[in-house]
Design a protein. Structure first.
Length: 95
């Protein structure tokens, strides 16, 4: 069995995670020293907001989140394929 990561994603090994955590903590420390507070925002957005971007490669980085249950069934039945997703995330905006 060949194991591969999903296109557009990365696996981070322990040494890489330690370095990543160290750098993030340093950045947070500098921000806090300069009066900023740490916030965490959702990684998903309304798909309309993501589609308003500059286009080009940014649109290739969008992962659409399919509706589920009745909402998905209704979108499929209506053949309104743009309605299959109303949320998404842009890979380059996630940690």
């Amino acid at each position: 069995m060949k194991v591969t990561t999903v296109k557009g994603t990365n696996d981070y090994l322990p040494n890489q995670v330690r370095l990543r955590d160290y750098l993030q903590n340093k950045i947070l420390q500098v921000y806090k020293e300069n009066g900023f507070e740490h916030i965490i925002t959702p990684v998903i957005e309304d798909i309309e907001n993501l589609n308003k971007s500059e286009g080009g490669e940014n649109l290739n980085l969008i992962f659409k989140i399919l509706k589920r249950g009745d909402k998905l069934d209704k979108a499929i039945a209506s053949e309104a394929y743009d309605a299959l997703s109303d949320m998404g995330l842009r890979y380059d905006l996630t940690l």
